[in-house]
Design a protein around this ligand. Structure first.
Ligand SMILES: *Cc1c(COP(=O)(O)O)cnc(C)c1O
Length: 392
């Protein structure tokens, strides 16, 4: 057992010490293998050390790695062009972590509110959803509904109003002349893969368009193939004004995030008004570009769709046998564990002992988000382990 006496205790990791990893599998210090059904919370959509992505990184390591945005590189514009095309948008603002993309989205929405919509200074409001997860900065945790995320970290930034997730009427009622944006996850990942009612995203799109409010979709976890489409918004044929991307955009190699929108929104940010030392660095751009190229063919999305159906069938069969509910979208599942079978954490520990890695969320739920490279037989094996752990 590895101890970490010098690591701050802001996480409580399961008792496994990963030494090496490849594809959907990780190997611990003793050479034991585990099937990774978490995939870095969707940061590893293409598996550990994906050969195409590692090659892109290695090639760029031999060319240039960091310049800061004080200078141009030959990597950023081709990456931005490819990502903009994937999103059907015009401009890309590169950052590093998801939280930075969210913060950037907030700044862009406010600036748009003042400069384009004509909201009075310092009055801009952004509507968010209950049980959201958008990251860990002080501004972002200020509009979290998770007490652990908030307690003792205030005072918080004003300018946010929370409404129930999945309730488009509540959004309509909350919008006033000072509203700059509605920012939601199209499917709430951390909350336990919560899928809103059919028609919700379409209604949010209609309302925001009607009322001249930006629709910001945080697709940091749901986007880039996970749900069986490039973006979860596509499930309702909805195009938000602003995409927030991260996690899988870095190919599991480097942190890469981005805000993607059209000229009329993102074009209002001028030199000096926003930035990042590492954002858009050539290594990140090379890896991010390779990720976008992989998604451009549609094969990964199709794979997530097909394997997702398989995963859903296998998981649905467990309902009533230690599982009280299952929500599956593409290769992404929230599984509610019957308290009689144990807590989410206990199930996670028992699965670990059987060689399967998952992460619990909110007590009784475990989340599965395997790499899109996983095979159907590996899914079957993981579900068999889950059935055994549930006492079947
Ligand atoms: C993970 C996540 C974030 C934050 O990303 P970090 O890279 O951890 O800062 C924001 N929004 C959503 C929906 C996420 O899943």
């Amino acid at each position: 057992m590895t101890t970490e006496p010098h690591v701050a205790r802001n996480y409580a990791p399961l008792d496994i010490t990963v030494a090496t990893a490849e594809g959907a599998w990780v190997t611990d210090l003793d050479g034991r293998q585990y099937l990774d059904m978490l995939a870095g919370y969707s940061a590893l959509n293409f598996g550990h050390r994906n050969a195409t992505l590692v090659q892109a990184a290695m090639e760029q390591l031999g060319r240039s790695t960091l310049t800061s945005r004080a200078f141009k590189t030959d990597q950023l514009e081709p990456f931005a062009a490819a990502l903009a095309a994937l999103c059907g948008k015009e401009l890309v603002l590169p950052m590093n972590t998801g939280a930075e993309a969210v913060e950037t989205g907030i700044k862009v929405a406010r600036a748009w509110g003042y400069r384009v919509k004509g909201i009075a200074q310092d009055r801009a409001k952004i509507i968010v959803a209950e049980n959201n997860f958008h990251g860990r900065t002080t501004t972002i945790v200020g509009f979290s509904s998770d007490e652990d995320a908030r307690t003792d970290f205030g005072p918080f930034a004003p300018g946010f109003e929370t409404v129930p997730f999945g309730d488009a009427d509540a959004i309509e009622q909350a919008i006033d002349d000072d509203t700059a944006a509605v920012m939601i996850e199209p499917i709430q990942g951390e909350a336990g893969v919560i899928v809103p009612p059919e028609g919700y995203l379409r209604r949010v799109r209609e309302i925001t368009r009607e009322k001249n409010v930006l629709f910001i979709a945080d697709e940091i976890q749901s986007g880039l193939g996970r749900t069986g489409t490039t973006f979860a918004c596509e499930r309702e044929s909805v195009e938000p004004d602003v995409y927030l991307l991260g996690k899988a955009l870095g190919g599991g190699i480097v942190p890469v995030s981005a805000v993607v929108a059209n000229e009329d929104v993102l074009g209002i940010i001028e030199p000096g008004q926003h930035g990042s030392t590492f954002g858009g660095n050539p290594l990140a751009a090379a890896v991010g570009h390779a990720v976008v190229d992989m998604l451009a063919t549609g094969e990964w999305q199709q794979r997530a769709r097909q394997l997702g159906e398989h995963l859903a069938t296998r998981l649905d069969a467990l309902v009533g046998s230690g599982v009280t509910g299952v929500r599956t979208v593409g290769l992404w599942a929230g599984i509610d564990i019957d308290p009689a079978a144990g807590t989410g954490r206990e199930i996670g520990e028992k699965l670990l002992a059987r060689g399967v890695l998952v992460k619990d969320t909110h007590g009784q739920t475990i989340r599965m988000a395997p790499p899109l490279t996983i095979r159907a037989t590996e899914i079957d094996w993981a579900i068999e382990q889950l059935a055994l752990v549930l006492g079947k």
